[in-house]
Design a binder for this molecule. Structure first.
Ligand code: IPM
Ligand code: MG
Length: 362
């Protein structure tokens, strides 16, 4: 049996704490019959900067390319906020997305029934939501050139970024989204600002053409991003699969996460044609780092996505998701999702509860 290689990049802040819980689950997966995992650890973000002088060591990229999948904790923190943009921890994350050409970011927002009252929205609005945001991840305004801050002759400073998309960049992520929509309920909503921004008018054109040509069975709709932000709160159940640009996807996926009650619960997959990276969508939460109270569940659910999308272990993926639901049903809560009458636990105790549930379900 050949081993599947996983590169684990804990990163900064709560990254190390939550990834430690994921390691327990990965060890369990590796002990299952027919599965063999080889797990390595690498550097990214502020901790990589501290150790090597840059947020994305070349060695991390090389090892990530060779791995079957990458698991990332989180990057960033106030300690590195004053660094030049090119050295900031976030550049490490953006750099690895670019280096591995991870153009398709899947961000599912599902309500966990035991947590439904943790959502700031009414139960009747969020009950049953199951949204998949497909975010373009390796282009758009995040990477467009020219970019920078310059000083004008009169002394004013001018900051600028460029929102740019080529037809092939739009088409490849749209294709993934159509395929995803087909596997779900056959509905896809493409979000843009085609009334104002030329590059997203092109987005709309390319998505429409691809839909008409290859995905006539998928019901495609289009929405402007401002309206989409509003509709997500007004009637989130109208959405199934959403496909959108890098920055709109960044914003809408955070918004969608709050429908479910906690950003601490949501996983993500970043896929290219040859590589894949999995990470919780929340950040490094420097305010609670080192306190042992961070919610590890989004990371465990990211492991489940990894098992399903990259490692061909759908049974183990299901078991992890069921175990997470079980511990929530049992009343275990980390601080971010704490509810009256529930039992508050820290990061390690939550990970242990999931491990017990896994052994019980096996
Ligand atoms: C995310 C984050 C990142 C992004 C930051 C940390 C660079 O917000 O993954 O959503 O903007 O993509
Ligand atoms: Mg974000």
């Amino acid at each position: 049996m050949t081993s599947q290689k996983i590169l684990v990049l804990p990163g900064d802040g709560i990254g190390r704490e939550i990834v430690a819980e994921a390691m327990k689950v990965l060890e369990w997966v590796g002990s299952r019959p027919g599965v063999s995992l080889l797990i390595e650890e690498g550097l990214i973000g502020g901790s990589a900067y501290d150790a090597t002088g840059g947020p994305l060591p070349e060695e991390t990229v090389i090892r990530a390319k060779k791995a079957d999948a990458v698991l990332l904790g989180a990057v960033g923190g106030p300690k590195w906020d004053r660094l030049d943009f090119s050295l900031r921890p976030e550049r490490g994350l953006l750099g690895i997305r670019k280096a591995l050409d991870l153009y398709c970011n899947l961000r599912p927002a599902q309500v966990f029934l035991p947590l439904i009252d943790a959502s700031p929205l009414k139960r009747e609005v969020v009950e049953g939501i199951d949204i998949m945001v497909v975010r373009e991840l390796s282009s758009g305004i995040y990477f467009g050139e020219p970019r920078g801050v310059e000083t004008l002759p009169d002394g004013r400073r001018r900051g600028f970024n460029t929102l740019v998309y080529t037809t092939d960049e739009i088409e490849r992520v749209a294709r993934r989204a159509f395929e995803m929509a087909r596997r779900r309920t056959g509905k896809l909503c493409s979000v843009d600002k085609a009334n104002v921004l030329e590059s997203t008018a092109l987005w709309r054109e390319v998505v429409s053409e691809l839909g008409a040509r290859d995905y006539a069975d998928v019901a495609l709709s289009h929405m402007y991003v401002d309206n989409a932000a509003m509709q997500l709160l007004r009637n989130p159940r109208q959405f199934d699969c959403i496909v959108t640009t890098n920055m709109f996807g960044d914003i809408l996926s955070d918004e969608a996460s709050m429908l479910t009650g906690s950003i601490g619960m949501l996983a993500s997959a970043s896929l290219g044609d040859d590589n894949a990276l999995y990470e919780p969508i929340h950040g490094s939460a420097p305010d609670i780092a080192g306190k042992g109270i961070a919610n590890p569940l989004a990371t465990l659910l990211s492991v489940a996505m990894m098992l399903r999308h990259s490692l061909n272990c759908p049974v183990e993926a299901d078991l992890i998701e069921r175990a997470v639901n079980r511990v929530l049903g049992q009343g275990y809560r980390t601080a971010d999702i704490m509810q009256p009458g529930a039992q508050q636990v820290g990061t390690v105790a939550m990970g242990d509860a999931v491990m017990r549930a896994l052994h019980g379900l096996e």
